[in-house]
Design a protein around this ligand. Structure first.
Ligand SMILES: [Zn+2]
Length: 144
């Protein structure tokens, strides 16, 4: 292989900025850690969602700084509170003694999305906090 060809190959490899894994040329996401590799991740709606998911997943599974933990609390804590709110008003509408009873079909979205938001919000918030505390403990052990 000539030097020119080697150079060309180097450029083709998509090196992941997160884990330094050498991805196939033209990949938009790292196939090892899912980090976004190309600008496509900021253009396509699905790709943007995937890139965002990667950021949150990274922050939730390995929070190093208090700032990212607080960020997760703000975002997912709000989702959790909204979920609680939606669930309560849906249940209230169902059990209230008003004359016009809403049908179960009308309440179905609230009964699905309310608890779902409540659960996801609480799960991510709690998991992030636990992982952050684990990281803190690990960092403290290393210092000794
Ligand atoms: Zn990677």
């Amino acid at each position: 292989m000539s030097e020119e060809e080697l150079k060309h190959q180097d450029i083709d490899i998509e090196l992941c900025p997160g884990c330094l894994y050498e991805n196939e040329p033209g990949s938009h996401f790292c196939c090892k850690c899912n980090a976004p590799l190309s600008s496509l991740s900021t253009i396509g709606p699905w790709e943007r969602l995937q890139a965002q998911r990667h950021i949150y997943a990274n922050a939730a599974s390995n929070p190093q700084r208090l700032v990212s933990v607080v960020g997760i609390w703000l975002i997912f804590g709000t989702i959790c509170i909204f979920g609680t709110f939606i669930t309560s008003i849906t249940l209230y509408a169902f059990y209230s003694s008003s004359l016009v009873k809403p049908s179960l079909i009308d309440l179905l979205p609230g009964l699905i999305f309310g608890p779902m938001m409540l659960f996801i919000g609480a799960f991510v918030t709690i998991r992030t906090t636990i992982n952050y505390r684990k990281n803190l403990a690990r960092a403290r052990k290393k210092k000794r």
